[in-house]
Design a binder for this molecule. Structure first.
Ligand SMILES: *[C@@H]1O[C@H](CO)[C@@H](O)[C@H](O)[C@H]1NC(C)=O
Ligand SMILES: *[C@@H]1O[C@H](CO)[C@@H](O)[C@H](O)[C@H]1NC(C)=O
Ligand SMILES: *[C@@H]1O[C@H](CO)[C@@H](O)[C@H](O)[C@H]1NC(C)=O
Ligand SMILES: *[C@@H]1O[C@H](CO)[C@@H](O)[C@H](O)[C@H]1NC(C)=O
Ligand SMILES: [Fe+2]
Length: 452
């Protein structure tokens, strides 16, 4: 104990000598593993939907290894008898030269009552988190989920985060979807940037399920930071999965399996097979009758409004849309068209774009007056402007004819799925103090395959 204190003091002195004020937080914050501080305090708390909507997964990190992963919860934490749920933990070692480690804890709260607010605290007898709360979704399909959706939010310049935190604290959302590219990057500085990011989003992610898909910025060490820190439904290391929320079937997939083939072509083929099965199932008439909307999200878009993207060059071709170069296998546009996907959400480009209904570079409006009423092809949205250190992206000078609306403002998308016929989207501009810079209805009397 005493030697630890000496070491701390020595480190502090060295830091002072090495430069500047504000040294104390740095000792504890930046390099705690080097002075082997014991740290059982839960941090980076975040939620996700489990395999069923009645299950909520609670995930957090501790620096030292405690002897348990527990969540205590109740409707009224102060008054009710607490239910104790046990989970598991795993040691995660970052791939950087410091091999920095942490323990990621995962507890599934099962068979929760629908439409109910629960209060919870996670940790172990060695340290507990504050009391957070979440509300479970109502049972069945006949309710109207609200979500915030965005991609490309970093640790630095996370301009939309404050507004998202306020929205969340005011109970505006049933779930958040972060469409890839986190922290910039989670592995940076031996994963200290990932920790800082996960701490920053806690005000959101400890209160509503924070659903994710991988982006190119997660690539390091075979997506190890992404896979270790998030716990999405299914058994695929959070790389692809689906879940139902009210009248919507959401499908999450990895666009990165098309680019980082060095981690295994098998991931690409497995995901493609899974997508085919999942979409065919969701598109069965009895399932569509119950849950009419199918919405997909993946990081890199099929269509770009930005010519500098290396996979959106003069040929305007992307692997996601057409499949692997030359052989054209595993393209997603035909698959999504065939199974009648209604809306496809992407990010990666640091702006917001709404497209007219599109298939194979041709616009397929419902009608000229009402393009989004019974559209004859999926509607694509690119929402990658939450804010990150790589800043905004410019649009091409000649915008393609399928570009219906675009904005360079930092912000995020809101979706309210009113019912089986009506979806409403809004684009929030953080630059314009929360103004809605774009909004539109998608109206469909009938859902199903567009053809093929
Ligand atoms: C964990 O450690 C605490 C404090 O030492 C102890 O009270 C508790 O019984 C331990 N729990 C388990 C499951 O070993
Ligand atoms: C990368 O991780 C995935 C699991 O997410 C695994 O299936 C694959 O084999 C890994 N690739 C390599 C090269 O280790
Ligand atoms: C689709 O609808 C929009 C809005 O009315 C219109 O500007 C565009 O030209 C239409 N495109 C086609 C191909 O009909
Ligand atoms: C669906 O929601 C829209 C928008 O709120 C509403 O106008 C419409 O009447 C609703 N349809 C049904 C069947 O409730
Ligand atoms: Fe990206």
């Amino acid at each position: 104990m005493e030697s630890l204190q000496h070491l701390l003091l020595l480190t502090s002195l060295l830091l002072v000598a090495g430069g500047g004020i504000g040294f104390i937080p740095q000792v504890v914050g930046a390099d705690q593993e080097e002075v082997s501080i014991v740290h059982y305090q839960p941090e980076q708390v975040h939620l996700a939907f489990g395999d069923s909507l009645r299950d909520i997964t609670v995930t957090w990190s501790t620096r030292s290894s405690p002897n348990a992963s527990l969540v205590n919860y109740a409707r009224n934490y102060a008054k009710d008898k607490l239910i104790v749920m046990k989970g598991t933990w795993q040691r995660f070692v970052d791939g950087g030269h410091k091999a920095r480690q942490q323990y990621v804890h995962n507890v599934i709260l099962r068979d929760l009552e629908p439409d109910t607010r629960y209060e919870y605290s996670c940790g172990s007898e060695l340290g507990w988190s504050p009391v957070f709360s979440f509300k479970t979704p109502p049972a069945g399909e006949n309710w109207s989920p609200s979500l915030a959706i965005f991609g490309d939010m970093g640790n630095e310049n996370a301009q939309s985060l404050g507004r998202l935190q306020q929205d969340t604290e005011r109970g505006m959302y049933d779930a958040i979807i972060h469409v890839g590219d986190f922290a910039y990057d989670m592995d940076t500085d031996n994963a200290a940037v990932g920790d800082a990011f996960m701490r920053q989003i806690e005000t959101v992610s400890a209160y509503v399920p924070y659903m994710v898909c991988p982006g190119n910025h997660e690539e390091k060490y075979n997506f190890s930071n992404y896979r270790a820190r998030f716990n999405m439904p299914g058994e695929t290391d959070s790389l692809w999965y689906s879940f139902d929320l009210g009248p919507v079937h959401f499908v999450s997939f990895s666009t990165e399996v098309y680019y980082f083939l060095n981690y295994g072509v098998k991931l690409l083929t497995k995901q493609f097979d899974w997508l085919e099965r999942d979409l065919a199932q969701a598109n069965l008439p009895e399932n569509r009758a119950k849950r009419p909307w199918i919405i997909t999200y993946g990081h890199r878009p099929m269509y770009c409004s930005d010519e500098k993207e290396y996979d959106c060059d003069g040929k305007l071709e992307t692997y996601i849309r057409q499949g692997l170069p030359l052989i054209k296998w595993f393209g997603l546009e035909d698959l999504f068209y065939k199974h009648g996907v209604d809306v496809e959400i992407f990010a990666h480009e640091h702006f917001y774009t709404r497209l007219w209904p599109i298939y194979d570079f041709k616009v397929h409006n419902g009608s000229v007056q009402q393009p989004y009423r019974n559209p004859k092809a999926p509607i694509h949205i690119i929402t990658g402007s939450a804010g990150c250190k790589e800043e905004r992206e410019p649009f091409s000078n000649d915008l393609p004819a399928w570009n219906a609306f675009h904005s360079n403002d930092y912000g995020y998308t809101r979706l309210k799925a009113h019912n089986g016929t009506h979806l409403h989207f809004e684009q929030v501009s953080d630059d314009k103090d929360g103004d809605i810079v774009d909004s539109f209805w998608v109206i469909k009397d009938k859902h199903g395959s567009y053809g093929l």
